[in-house]
Design a binder for this molecule. Structure first.
Ligand code: DTR
Ligand code: ZN
Ligand code: ZN
Length: 513
């Protein structure tokens, strides 16, 4: 049930009777809901925050009884994945587990001291390690430009020094590579906006020197202390491991126009990941259970519970790349949900049409329409939604890189809520949307359940709309599947013998620049 209880609609008899191929739009009623199919309305009513919260409690317990984490490859992740797989299989879904390799990494130490003063620093994912106790060296301040420290020539001779570099203009990987080429023994990148800088170098192969991130304020203070003695200790444990995605699909609906919804299930090693991304996972699980495995839908519905998102979107990339082109064509669209109950929540929908005109361009054709579905739905509930740039910072990245229309919702991570946003949505200006982002305190106490409830209604709504018809997104009207069964079987056979082609044109890492 939604947060704002709505007047119950009397189910129109005619609709109930012809529900097999659900369903034209019904007129917007006094609910304030936009026009939509019966399935969307029913699902919004059925999916409630109490059911979702029960799954969050389960995730918290899996972390609490397994070293405080649900990170990919850990027991906490496995327990979470089996909890989901077991429930969906029992509900009659076709469930598969897809195993893949990745590099596990865990921060062991992150310390920075300048002239004896401690400065909070976050080790970049896949950073090279310093020795225990760190390295002590003079600070070299790299002159600020539009692309500070992106080329070795920006540094001068920094042999044996620790370089201080402003964020922007290129990836963190490129900055520490250029710093290393100029002789630096360590790199500190400071933010170019408010909030902590929690970055990744993308892959272990790209790491050259110990690299950490600090806030803009700390960086600007340090920039006045060129030559000061700096001690930097960044140490990480890395190991080749495997983890697995859980995929579940309805038995009903056409299989050549599948509506896919995904959320990453893994947390970071530092914590239980109840907001990031227990919220997205629990909401998809509850929505799938309420939908049932044999709903009366035109389009099949597939749910992906990704692993190793926190190590560079590894599970979702592996999944998309494991599909042949025809299997990708069978996906009508992809909806992603990563962090939808942040405690100081913002309300964001992925900017499919690039109307915000910031950062990345628009999503593939159809993404704009998906964005509108979310914006209109939440707008009808009195929630004014803003855009989230299609940076590729979550699991939709590989889908859009392959031209699959995508959309989704989030309530914000380490970014700070502005005064205008606090006036519009409530909450605290100048404070992160999720002050416990990627930390041990991302627990059951770190959830705004009103925001979670509203977003869960958005998930249920969009699922109901697109399981009924994706015509606005890809022109496929409700009706018969275009492919004969035999043709599809032949294609599947052919794909088994060909290697999945890597998509290659985009490398959507998690805060890589
Ligand atoms: N990828 C996320 C957090 C994140 C940060 N910005 C966005 C924008 C849209 C979706 C997710 C995110 C994480 O898992 O850490
Ligand atoms: Zn995360
Ligand atoms: Zn996440």
């Amino acid at each position: 049930m939604s947060h704002n209880r709505r007047r119950r609609l009397v189910a129109p008899v005619a609709l109930a009777a012809c529900a097999t191929l659900a369903l034209g739009a019904t007129p917007a009623a006094a609910t304030g809901q936009p026009d939509g199919p019966a399935l969307a309305k029913q699902l919004v009513k059925k999916v409630g925050v109490d059911g979702i919260n029960r799954h969050l409690v389960a995730f918290q317990r899996f972390a609490d009884t397994n070293n405080g984490t649900r990170a990919a490859s850990t027991e906490g992740h496995k327990k979470s994945a089996e909890y989901i797989a077991t429930k969906l299989a029992a509900a009659g879904y076709d469930v598969t587990r897809q195993e893949f390799p990745f590099t596990y990494s865990e921060t062991l130490a992150e310390k920075l001291a300048v002239a004896g003063q401690a400065v909070p620093v976050i080790a970049m994912e896949y950073t090279k390690s310093t020795p225990v106790g760190g390295v002590t060296a003079p600070l070299a301040v790299v002159p600020v430009t539009a692309a500070t420290g992106c080329a070795a020539a920006d540094y001068g001779d920094v042999t044996g020094k620790i370089a201080l570099i402003k964020r922007g203009g290129c990836s963190f990987a490129q900055k520490q590579q250029a710093a290393a080429a100029a002789g630096a023994t360590g790199a500190i990148v400071y933010n170019n906006e408010d909030g902590a800088l929690n970055g990744t170098l993308g892959s272990p192969a790209d790491a050259k020197i110990p690299t950490g991130g600090i806030t803009q304020a700390a960086g600007e203070a340090l920039a006045k202390q060129g030559g000061a003695s700096v001690t930097l200790e960044l140490r990480a444990f890395q190991e080749a491991r495997t983890s697995y995605n859980v995929i579940a699909e309805t038995k009903t609906g056409r299989k050549d126009n599948v509506v896919m919804l995904g959320a990453h299930l893994d947390s970071v090693p530092a914590g239980p990941g109840i907001n990031d991304n227990g919220t997205g996972s629990a909401t998809l699980l509850e929505t799938a259970l309420q939908l049932g495995s044999k709903p009366k839908v035109n389009n099949a519905v597939r749910f992906g519970f990704w692993s190793a998102e926190e190590f560079g979107l590894v599970g979702s990339k592996y999944y998309v790349r494991s599909l042949g082109f025809e299997q990708q064509l069978d996906l009508a669209l992809y909806l992603n949900f990563d962090m939808i109950g942040s405690p100081n929540a913002g309300y964001f929908a992925y900017d499919g049409d690039n109307s915000d005109n910031v950062g990345a361009g628009p999503g593939p054709y159809g993404s704009a329409q998906i964005e509108k579905t979310f914006v209109d739905y939440l707008g009808s509930k009195g929630v004014q939604v803003e855009g989230t740039d299609f940076t590729g910072r979550s699991d939709y990245g590989e889908f859009i890189a392959n031209g699959i229309p995508a959309g989704g919702l989030d309530t914000g991570a380490e970014g700070l809520k502005t005064a205008a946003q606090a006036a519009k949505w409530g909450g605290k200006a100048g404070v992160a949307y999720d002050p416990c982002y990627h930390q041990a305190c991302d627990n059951l106490g770190n959830i705004d359940r009103v925001a979670l409830d509203r977003n869960a209604d958005g998930v249920a709504w969009a699922l109901g709309v697109y399981a009924t018809s994706t015509e606005t997104v890809n022109g496929v009207a409700p009706g018969k599947a275009v492919k004969a069964k035999a043709q599809r079987a032949a294609e599947r056979g052919a794909q088994r013998h060909s290697l999945a082609a890597p998509s290659g044109n985009m490398d959507p890492h998690h805060t890589a620049a």
